[in-house]
Design a protein around this ligand. Structure first.
Ligand code: HEC
Length: 116
């Protein structure tokens, strides 16, 4: 029984990881999200610039958190992802950004937060 549970958990983990990595998937709103070519330089940096760095950047960043460059983000990537997924306390505070962008950040983190 333990073995069966373990196998199921492993299969589920592999399934959910493979769903997040290198894939084109349908979101719950029916749109298609392509996370197959996510890179820091082409995807993540502009996402942070568009949605985060007006507060989390400059001389006095909100919460002391800077998200302007790779070295800043790599330290707080997971925390950023958690807040971006949160419905009760989202970042940006004005409301959740689209799921595809959130999936792209998750993919980048799952792939090891590379400076690519
Ligand atoms: C309008 C300004 C504003 C924007 C835009 C914004 N934030 Fe924030 N953020 C704040 C403020 C103010 C706090 C501190 C209060 C709080 O935690 O809610 C904060 C807190 C946080 C924290 C918790 C601090 C910590 O040390 O863990 C994280 C993580 C975070 N923001 C990530 C982001 C990310 C990622 C984005 C872009 C997707 C973003 N924020 C966009 C204002 C902003």
């Amino acid at each position: 029984m333990k073995y069966i549970l373990f196998s199921m958990a492993t299969a589920l983990t592999i399934f959910s990881v493979s769903c997040k990595n290198n894939s084109v998937e349908a979101l719950s709103n029916g749109s298609i999200c392509d996370t197959s070519a996510v890179k820091y330089s082409t995807t993540i940096k502009s996402m942070m610039n568009n949605h985060c760095t007006n507060c989390h950047g400059g001389a006095s960043p909100s919460a002391g958190l800077r998200l302007e460059n790779y070295n800043d983000l790599v330290l707080r990537g997971q925390a950023s992802l958690q807040r971006m997924k949160s419905s009760s306390n989202p970042m940006p505070p004005s409301g959740k950004i689209d799921d595809c962008n959130i999936n792209k950040l998750a993919t980048w983190i799952n792939q090891g937060s590379l400076n690519n």
